[in-house]
Design a protein around this ligand. Structure first.
Ligand code: SAM
Length: 223
């Protein structure tokens, strides 16, 4: 029998390493919220998103989706700025916390649904003008990254914008699972799902994330 040919090497260096804890089920994340192990929560909206809105790089009106929204800080901000904003998260505590915070500050236009982002209903297809991503892509198992990209492509209307903050730090284990610019280009652009319109390392990242976030403006091609 001839030896099996080696598996083709991916066109990007492997950066996401060992899985330190399970991440595929809602109960995995619910347990982290219950234990107070939610250091990803910066207590407010993502500063690079605030800056992008301030510069007019992202403009309301429109429907905005935030996958893996946690306590919904970015959803509230997008709603305050005039978007019809929906956050989805599959951890019950995240959704309950997001709803409670939105009620407490009277955030109109911010809605939250408990959903698995890999099992969004057909009514979500092409329904959004904007997807804002931060710390959801790095939270899913690296094997599911193509599925993540397809899910966001599906949710956006043709011509819609995926504004994503990718964690480009090569952590050896996750979550959070790091990525690289080359991997993002491969999965999102070379796949034909999106066009990369612009990208930068945002100056506004929180101190702990300085230099580790890469902000990409990815456009679903118009029909
Ligand atoms: C690292 S936390 C970030 C939360 C929020 N984006 C923030 O910055 O505070 C990742 C979030 O994604 C959610 N999540 C992970 N996998 C998911 C999935 N398949 N469907 C929906 N939510 C998911 C988790 O429940 C968790 O709230």
């Amino acid at each position: 029998m001839s030896p099996r040919p080696p598996a083709p090497r991916p066109p990007f260096p492997a950066v996401a390493g060992r899985v330190s804890r399970p991440v595929d089920r809602a109960s995995d994340w619910e347990a982290m919220y219950r234990a107070g192990e939610d250091r990803w929560d910066i207590g407010g909206p993502s500063p690079p998103l605030v800056a992008a809105l301030g510069r007019g790089e992202v403009r309301p009106p429109g429907r905005a989706l935030v996958p893996g929204c946690g306590r919904g800080h970015d959803v509230r901000l997008l709603a305050e700025r005039g978007f019809d904003a929906l956050g989805v998260d599959f951890a019950p505590r995240a959704v309950a916390g997001a709803r409670a915070l939105a009620r407490a500050v009277g955030a109109r236009g911010a809605r939250f649904e408990r959903r698995d982002l890999f099992r969004l209903p057909r009514t979500f297809d092409g329904a959004f003008d904007l997807v804002f991503e931060q710390t959801s892509f790095c939270a899913v198992h690296p094997d599911r990254r193509d599925a993540w990209a397809r899910a966001m492509h599906r949710a956006l209307r043709p011509g819609g914008l995926l504004l994503a903050l990718f964690l480009v730090h090569p952590y050896e284990e996750g979550p959070p699972f790091g990525t690289s610019r080359a991997e993002v280009r491969h999965r999102f652009v070379a796949s034909g799902l999106f066009r990369l319109e612009a990208a930068r390392v945002p100056a506004e990242s929180t101190p702990a994330r300085q230099g580790k976030e890469w902000m990409a403006f990815l456009r679903r091609p118009p029909a």
